[in-house]
Design a protein around this ligand. Structure first.
Ligand code: MG
Length: 231
């Protein structure tokens, strides 16, 4: 009986000591944030894919920006409309609101043709995140003027392999190391997530096969924090 009591007391003591460590680990998990979030565009932040479009954007489609007022929620290209996925808009609004501290944004998109890339570049200047603030404004927020943080296309210096061209260029332009980057890509055609993780060691990647869902955003942040805790 006395032996069992002693054992119980000893276990409680061990548990009491173990607790702060657990709390500390949880705290680290919550606070490890990437310095840079790198986005694929087509089928990750927006749809449809640029190679399916045949006309330069003509006019904006106005509508409700997720309860933040009326703005440009779509961009017409012929009979198609380029739109952000609803959760992508939500996450980008969080960035504009400063909810993600010093984390900055970049784009690594391998749009198929120079024309597809030109459509994408035009849409960045038209789509709004909150009224009067364009998608490009949000993507460039926090970067010194002139930083080349947006790479769209696959003609030189780019290629269809983001790990060999887009990522080295983004690292050079921003000065952010690979192990400080979190990358989102639908990876439905080619597994850019796996290729980038392999060739750019340290980049944490999250797939978004149905366009960015909020749960994938959270899961990406969690994966990044876990990777940091291990290193
Ligand atoms: Mg894509």
């Amino acid at each position: 009986m006395r032996g069992a009591l002693m054992l119980l007391l000893a276990l409680r003591r061990v548990h009491a000591f173990a607790r702060p460590a657990v709390l500390m680990r949880r705290h680290t998990t919550l606070t490890a944030k990437p310095a840079l979030v790198v986005w694929d565009m087509d089928d990750c932040l927006w749809h449809p894919e640029m190679f399916t479009l045949s006309e330069m954007p003509s006019e904006g489609v106005r509508g409700d920006l997720n309860g933040r007022g009326e703005g440009v929620v779509g961009v017409r290209s012929g009979s198609d409309v380029i739109r952000l996925f609803p959760d992508a808009l939500r996450v980008l609004q969080e960035f504009w609101d400063g909810e993600h501290g010093s984390t900055k944004l970049a784009v690594a998109s391998s749009a198929d043709t120079p024309f597809a890339a030109a459509i994408a570049q035009a849409a960045l200047d038209m789509l709004e995140i909150v009224p009067g603030v364009t998608l490009r404004d949000v993507l460039c927020r926090g970067h010194p003027d002139g930083t080349d943080n947006i790479w769209i296309g696959r003609t030189p210096p780019l290629s269809s392999d983001k790990s060999r061209t887009h990522f080295p260029l983004i690292r050079e332009a921003t000065g952010v190391a690979y192990d400080e980057m979190l990358f989102f890509d639908d990876s439905n055609w080619s597994d850019h997530c796996a290729i980038v993780s392999q060739n750019c060691p340290g980049v944490v990647a999250q797939r978004t096969p149905r366009g960015l869902q909020y749960s994938e955003w959270v899961s990406g942040l969690k994966k990044f924090a876990e990777a940091k805790n291990k290193s």
